[in-house]
Design a protein around this ligand. Structure first.
Ligand SMILES: [Zn+2]
Length: 194
């Protein structure tokens, strides 16, 4: 077993020993809201937004982007599980700002191993052959964080399967302070229409 697997299972055993009555939690989120945010390892939505088990839906992907799959999850979150308010939370210093579709596609075309970033440009340490498939994926990279939050809130707001009564709030999590900073244009774009 890898060291990581051992560590995860040991942590889980400890969690189970203190699980108490969490097995009785209801399936729908008790506080009836959802957060779409980035997968960045420095972000812990349970901590930065004060969530306990059973409280809220947290949907994560690279960038916290409103991709088809994120929208799918949000629609389920409301339609079948009753959430009534949604947050889109991107963050400062996001890795999605450090490359473009062409950059990652070219890197993957050359080699599948982990690339290196020197603070300025990406390069492959090895050149063992990759695949052209990356040229056919939209990677949803980010050029401007505030603009991407507005864009994602608008994309969700204007989706035909999203009811007008759900307010969508736009924020950027500051990785140097831990603070959620509102993007007012995004929240305005996400305002509920009753
Ligand atoms: Zn990120």
């Amino acid at each position: 077993m890898s060291q990581i697997v051992s560590e995860v299972l040991a942590a889980n055993a400890s969690y189970v020993s203190q699980f108490a009555d969490k097995g009785k939690l209801a399936l729908p989120p008790a506080r009836r809201f959802a957060i779409l945010t980035c997968m960045d390892a420095r972000l812990d939505p349970a901590k930065y937004a004060g969530l306990s088990e059973g409280d809220a839906h947290v949907i994560r992907n690279a960038g916290g982007r409103a991709t088809d799959d994120a929208v799918r999850s949000l629609v389920i979150s409301h339609k079948l599980l009753g959430t009534l308010e949604w947050f889109v939370i991107h963050h400062s210093n996001c890795g999605m700002e450090l490359f473009t579709d062409d950059v990652i596609a070219d890197l993957l075309d050359d080699d599948l191993g982990t690339a290196k970033f020197d603070g300025n440009a990406w390069s492959n340490p090895h050149h063992n052959g990759g695949h052209a498939a990356g040229h056919f994926i939209k990677w949803h990279t980010i050029a401007d964080q505030a603009a991407s939050v507005v864009q994602d809130v608008r994309r969700i707001r204007e989706h035909p399967l999203v009811p007008a009564l759900i307010p969508i709030y736009g924020y950027i999590y500051n990785v140097t302070t831990g603070r959620l900073e509102e993007i007012k244009d995004a929240t305005a774009a996400g305002r509920a229409k009753r």
